[in-house]
Design a protein around this ligand. Sequence first.
Ligand SMILES: Nc1ncnc2c1ncn2[C@@H]1O[C@H](COP(=O)(O)OP(=O)(O)OP(=O)(O)O)[C@@H](O)[C@H]1O
Ligand code: SF4
Ligand SMILES: [Mg+2]
Length: 322
Amino acid sequence: MPALLEIQDLTICFETDEGPVTAVNRLSLTLEQGQILGLVGESGCGKSVTAMSILRLLPKPASRIASGTIRFHGHELLTLPLPALQSIRGNRIAMIFQEPMTALSPLHRVGSQLVETLQIHRNMPRKQAWPIAAHWLKRVGLPDAQERMYAYPHQLSGGQRQRVMIAMALMLDPALLIADEPTTALDVTVQAQIFDLMREMHKPNTGMLFITHDMGAIWQMCTHVAVMYATEIVETGTVQDVFAHPQHPYTQALLAAIPSNASPGAPLQAIPGQVPPLRALPKGCHFSDRCPHVFARCRQVHPNLFATSSGYSRCFLAEETT
Ligand SMILES: Nc1ncnc2c1ncn2[C@@H]1O[C@H](COP(=O)(O)OP(=O)(O)OP(=O)(O)O)[C@@H](O)[C@H]1O
Ligand code: SF4
Ligand SMILES: [Mg+2]
């Protein structure tokens, strides 16, 4: 049976004033039904661009898919005719955007927007859709859900808008949920509540692509993880394996930076150095300028993904052990 989502060899470029840049480089990942795959990495590594490409929501003509395929249940999404793609969007594949206003119209009350979503995708009469929409606002923990149905997005706080968008995405019970930093604007209590709700909605026949820069959130939410660094996947595996035996020095650094790993009162460990700019990626391994294990070859040759005992790692040290 084909995977729920299979991305192969995806390369995404942007045209900018300074010329073309590659934001995602030859990325492959597979998400099977029943899995929650975490895509994790520092700011700018290409997580959102990857997510947006699945539903073909990248800006045109600024962006270009230079290579690759994206299959949903075996069907290629990149070449799917627009009407077919539109019927999949929001219905079978829903997305929680990093920025809530991407999904909400500023001109319409949030209740109307939720109701309209149910009308379009579930063919539901307005009268029937209204209480269901209000119920979902309550489920995502919005206080005074009934009253909030009449609010315009600008009358809500950032966190409240984010919860409206989460309600909109979960309400249709999608086969694939793409959640891009779904809880960034929320305090920890609400975040825990949203995580519970997302886990509750997740079933053996659905899948979730969960995007974050927070390894702690990956541990709480995901079954599998793909670690991204500067346009590429550098490590994949099950959450259990990767957390127990991280193979890539970047994954090791991310895990060392989780606050709970630190002894009480110890300062949070930041990863030394900075992500290289897309325009000036190192010739060899993208992580070579920050890696504590760097050696001469790393600066000359770009490493492939090597199979490890627990998954894949884009590091020459993994090559030596296999
Ligand atoms: N419209 C655009 N034009 C040019 N470059 C872009 C555009 N959108 C994104 N990029 C570049 O693509 C790269 C990846 O961006 P992306 O938004 O995917 O990062 P991210 O991993 O989601 O980061 P964050 O954790 O901050 O959300 C960035 O370097 C960004 O500057
Ligand atoms: S290939 Fe070299 S520089 Fe890159 S992560 Fe491995 S040891 Fe570090
Ligand atoms: Mg992002």
